[in-house]
Design a protein around this ligand. Structure first.
Ligand code: AMP
Ligand code: MG
Length: 344
């Protein structure tokens, strides 16, 4: 299969993209979070192709992308008041809601769960494609399973060339990490995955929010988890990732004596001067967690190309979107975290 590149600025791209969806094909879609690997969310056979193209385990459900809140009534059997408040406040935007699913949604989307994830992306062209196709687009991130999520069309092409029908290129993603996921089907709202919208902003609207254990710790392979994707290795570059905590100086005291010729430091811009220039790269400023989120996955992919052995990574404070950055880095590191060294 030849993978077609559609530019968002080309006049007929929305039409061509929606035709691919209607025909049961695979289309990589731009969103504000990361690029998604989309198919007609109401067509079980089309959705199963997503799993094949990604090499994704069948028990890891997909998110249905809609053009607006009105579309969720066909997909969800109940929509609590909390969901309406969140949609009003944050849609279109990087927030996925877990709600009870209707029978009309194919089992391949939900991995057989009684719930479904729905989201309205803050990306005009993708909402137009959904509207024109007339169906929700089921889409996980458009990377090969286990690899960092793609934030540019070039990343998608690298992972998916020859495996999907087309990529709709709308430039680099603005948020850079996947959506925040909130489960509204239990007694209390539950954060299943931190993302572009931090827990503080959700609490302002919801009053209450519990953070699932999957967000903070590694889970055993046989765990029954509410966000099934959370149990798999994720965001993993080829090299081993080790997170080093503490002040910039304390981290440098730990890292520098251990730094081999094929090791690299992924740090904050404020800390670059602490390391040899060829060994360190910054993925943004510690004072700007939004920038860290936008650049994280591209930085991990870049280190992969350099065939790096060990990546010593610096991780921001887990508040706001920093919580998502910390969570993705912890997963990339398989929760390998060491403490920086105090001054002697
Ligand atoms: P991805 O976009 O690749 O991060 O994949 C979508 C993720 O959404 C999955 O890995 C799950 O963690 C989550 N998800 C989708 N549907 C559900 C659901 N019904 N219940 C819980 N989590 C879900
Ligand atoms: Mg993913």
């Amino acid at each position: 299969m030849r993978t077609l590149l559609l530019s968002a600025s080309a006049p007929d791209s929305v039409h061509k993209a929606s035709e691919i969806i209607r025909a049961g094909g695979l289309l990589a879609i731009p969103t504000e979070t990361v690029y998604g690997l989309g198919a007609n969310g109401m067509d079980g056979a089309a959705v199963r192709r997503i799993f094949e193209a990604k090499g994704r385990p069948q028990d890891n459900p997909l998110i249905l992308h809609v053009a607006g809140p009105e579309q969720i009534w066909d997909l969800c059997s109940t929509v609590p008041a909390a969901a309406e408040r969140l949609m009003e406040q944050f849609w279109p935007g990087p927030l996925t809601l877990i709600l009870p699913v209707r029978d009309s949604v194919p089992k391949a989307v939900t991995a057989g769960l009684s719930t479904v994830g729905v989201r309205c992306p803050d990306c005009d062209i993708t909402r137009e494609v959904i509207r024109l196709a007339g169906v929700p687009i089921a889409a996980p991130s458009a990377n090969r399973s286990g690899k960092p999520s793609p934030t540019t069309a070039a990343h998608v092409l690298h992972d998916m060339e020859g495996r999907i029908d087309a990529i709709l290129d709308d430039g680099p993603c603005r948020v850079g990490v996947e959506s925040t996921i909130v489960d509204l089907t239990g007694d209390r709202p539950r954060l299943l995955r931190p993302g572009g919208i931090g827990p503080e902003r959700l609490r302002e609207v919801l009053g209450d929010l519990i953070v699932d254990e999957a967000v903070t710790g590694i889970l055993p392979a046989d765990a029954v988890v509410r966000a099934p994707g959370m149990k798999y290795t994720h965001y993993s570059p080829q090299g081993t990732v080790i997170i080093v905590t503490g002040s910039g100086a304390a981290a440098a005291r730990y890292i520098l004596p251990r730094l081999g010729p094929r090791d690299r430091v992924l740090c904050f811009a404020e800390e670059l001067a602490l390391y040899p220039a060829e060994a360190a790269s910054a993925y943004g400023a510690e004072s700007e967690p939004e920038t860290l989120a936008r650049n994280l996955f591209a930085a991990l992919r870049e280190l992969d190309r350099e065939d790096v052995e060990t990546i010593y990574a610096r991780c921001p404070e887990a508040t706001g979107v920093g919580m998502a950055v910390a969570n993705r880095l912890q997963k990339a590191a398989g929760f390998q975290i060491v403490k920086g060294e105090d001054a002697p």
